[in-house]
Design a protein around this ligand. Structure first.
Ligand SMILES: [Zn+2]
Length: 65
């Protein structure tokens, strides 16, 4: 298993994580990368914001009928 991944791979994993499709090794790879990278934690924050907005939008559409 390759532990060190690059930022491109990291952002792929971050977006996959939104769908909760990450395996254990992928989670470890992502965690390792986030520990050493300065840029990707920001990407995680942005994705979390997007996810929250999506949730709100989903609630809104589900409750609007
Ligand atoms: Zn990175």
């Amino acid at each position: 298993m390759k532990l060190l991944i690059n930022c491109q791979r990291s952002s792929e994993l971050i977006s996959q994580r939104l769908d909760e499709k990450l395996g254990l090794s992928q989670k470890i790879q992502l965690r390792m990368h986030l520990a050493i990278c300065k840029a990707c934690p920001t990407t995680v924050k942005n994705f979390n914001l997007l996810r929250n907005q999506f949730k709100n939008w989903k609630n809104y559409t589900e409750n609007s009928d």
